[in-house]
Design a protein around this ligand. Structure first.
Ligand code: ATP
Ligand code: MG
Length: 287
């Protein structure tokens, strides 16, 4: 029983949570089953269709890039993926395996070429661009390796930005942004611009910004990739807090086996297909 919310979505110009606007015009995919410890094929287990707890439901997602006729590059070959509300899922895999491509599809920054994709009850494959923008704004918080903060703009204003797109008043934006910056221990530096902040500080601001519209899902593409291990640890701990204390659904791409193992589930992507799924051992199991 999938909820039909598409027509109820608020239409907003754009959301971006400050994701690079890649939206071009086709769809993607991946796979999972909550019950099995390991999966070795990309056949969707489909154990949970109709389950309201499924927040991401992808079936046979294919993503091809057209790189000039007659060439095309198929990056995702039919990925199935289901994520339940409140999961903390790690996606691992070699460089070029399609992780970011998949994440961009999950986050509606790009469309799959073929497949089915439902995000929190909304049919994403058939959604119009303006609807995808609204969905990104309301439901998804993005965190990138390169932070993607707006230059020459204070941390406070960066965090306020998604709320501006969502139509909040100036006072409400400022209040919420300050709360979020306090959550990531950035109160003292909130009036500084990105080029006056360290990498770890920038990432904390980016996480606060990702939380601005209280998204159901946080998508983090190598958020610790540019940080030293100590700072990466601090960033990972913020994600754990968001997961444990606020029940956020988080999908994390990482090259770190240690960080991946702390998630509730670890999916391995290889050459555009999921080849493995494992249960994570939880926050304190490693390190
Ligand atoms: N816009 C694009 N046009 C054409 N090919 C692309 C495009 N984006 C990505 N690719 C190709 O798709 C493949 C997968 O790229 P992707 O960025 O998803 O890999 P990744 O797993 O995230 O790698 P990394 O760990 O290095 O970030 C690569 O071969 C890449 O060159
Ligand atoms: Mg990548």
């Amino acid at each position: 029983m999938k909820r039909k919310k598409k027509n109820q979505e608020i239409i907003i110009e754009d959301i971006s949570n400050t994701a690079p606007d890649l939206v071009s015009g086709e769809p993607v995919g991946f796979e999972t089953s909550e019950k099995s410890e390991r999966i070795s094929t990309n056949t969707a287990p489909d154990l949970v269709s109709g389950d309201d707890n499924i927040v991401i439901d992808m079936k046979h997602i294919i993503k091809r890039y057209f790189i000039g006729q007659p060439n095309e590059l198929e990056v995702l070959h039919g990925v199935d993926m289901q994520v339940r509300r409140g999961e903390f899922v790690a996606i691992v895999g070699q460089s070029g395996s399609g992780k970011s491509t998949l994440m961009n599809v999950i986050g509606a920054l790009d469309r799959p070429t073929e497949g089915e994709y439902t995000l929190d009850g909304v049919d994403m494959f058939n959604a119009k661009d303006k609807d995808l923008s609204a969905i990104r704004c309301k439901k998804i918080g993005f965190v990138f390796q390169t932070y993607n903060l707006v230059a020459r703009t204070s941390a406070l204003k960066n965090v306020e930005l998604p709320m501006l797109y969502a139509g909040l008043s100036g006072r409400a934006r400022s209040r919420k942004a300050k709360e979020l910056l306090e959550m990531v221990d950035m109160t003292e530096r909130m009036h500084h611009q990105p080029d006056e902040l360290s990498g770890g500080q920038k990432q904390r601001v980016a996480i606060a910004r990702a939380m601005a519209n209280d998204p159901a899902i946080i998508l983090a593409d190598e958020p610790t990739g540019a940080l030293d291990s100590h700072t990466g640890r601090l960033i990972m701990d913020i994600f754990h807090r968001l997961h444990e204390e606020q029940g956020k659904t988080i999908i994390l791409i990482t090259h770190s086996p240690e960080l991946a193992s702390e998630c509730t589930r670890i999916l391995t992507l290889k050459d555009g297909l999921f080849i493995d799924e494992k249960k994570g051992s939880g926050r304190n199991a490693v390190l």
